[in-house]
Design a binder for this molecule. Structure first.
Ligand SMILES: [Fe+2]
Length: 255
């Protein structure tokens, strides 16, 4: 673990250029990674994983966004649809750099596949239970931290804007009908339906329907991220309706 953490720190530091507009986005992903490791360990413990599975969940978290660094260097964006699939790029990076060569081949293979699948809309059904389990755990840990990142950003957005976080979407009024419909149907919002920043905020609250584990739902509720996103949205009865639906959904699942 120490060796891998050191490799991560050195590899990602090589993307710092001394230009603040670049470096703040590199630091954003470095810090995100460290917090996702903590979220993964929280879930691993809440789910009573043994020591080996706990280690695997931490390694997957440490390496899950390794493709983000090369993605940003090449394209200056984190929008996969306008650049490259960062999970594929991360998978290729792990293979090329050989940073997992010190661990057992079966575990190396598992981590590489978890990294490859972590951002997929649909997980491959033919995969092993172990691989799907670790992918689901990582996805929950990842979402918990992305909620932290976006809510921290909304809190300071009035003074510090970062178009990279906003995916370059316009800050226009209103919400999309398709997004309202998918949230009322308790389904995850499709990226292609986003038209403005409000839609992006609604997409973020819709991740609740993609959470796999009850401890992640409890942590989401305790941290109050959904309420913080609501404060960053306009007053709108359709948004209230979505929030009531989500509150019901969370209580049903936690019960
Ligand atoms: Fe990612």
């Amino acid at each position: 673990m120490d060796h891998l953490k050191q490799w991560f720190d050195e590899y990602t530091a090589s993307f710092l250029t001394g230009v603040e507009d670049n470096d703040r986005n590199i630091r954003l992903k470095q810090e995100h990674t460290h917090r996702v490791c903590q979220e993964s360990l929280f879930l691993a413990d809440a789910l009573n994983l043994d020591a080996k599975q706990r280690d695997l969940s931490e390694i997957a978290a440490l390496l899950h966004d390794i493709g983000r660094f090369e993605q940003y260097r090449r394209f200056q964006t984190f929008a996969d649809d306008r650049s490259v699939d960062h999970a594929r790029l991360g998978h290729a990076t792990l293979k090329k750099k050989g940073c997992l060569d010190r661990i057992a081949p079966a575990d190396k293979d598992l981590i590489e596949r978890v990294v490859l699948y972590h951002n997929r809309a649909f997980l491959p059904e033919e995969e092993s239970e172990e691989c799907l389990f670790h992918t689901r755990l990582l996805r929950d840990a990842d979402k918990l931290d992305i909620w932290y990142v976006v809510t921290s950003y909304y809190a300071e957005m009035a003074t510090k804007r970062n178009p990279t976080i906003e995916l370059g979407l316009p800050d226009t009024p209103g919400i999309s009908d398709k997004i309202h419909a998918s949230l009322m149907n308790r389904t995850v919002v499709l990226k292609e339906h986003m038209q403005n920043l409000n839609d992006f905020k609604l997409l973020q609250i819709g991740w609740v329907f993609d959470l796999n584990f009850v401890p992640a739902l409890r942590r989401l509720e305790t941290r109050g991220y959904l309420d913080m996103i609501k404060k960053a949205l306009p007053m709108d009865p359709r948004i209230d309706e979505i929030y009531e639906n989500i509150a019901d959904y969370m209580h049903e699942r936690m019960r």
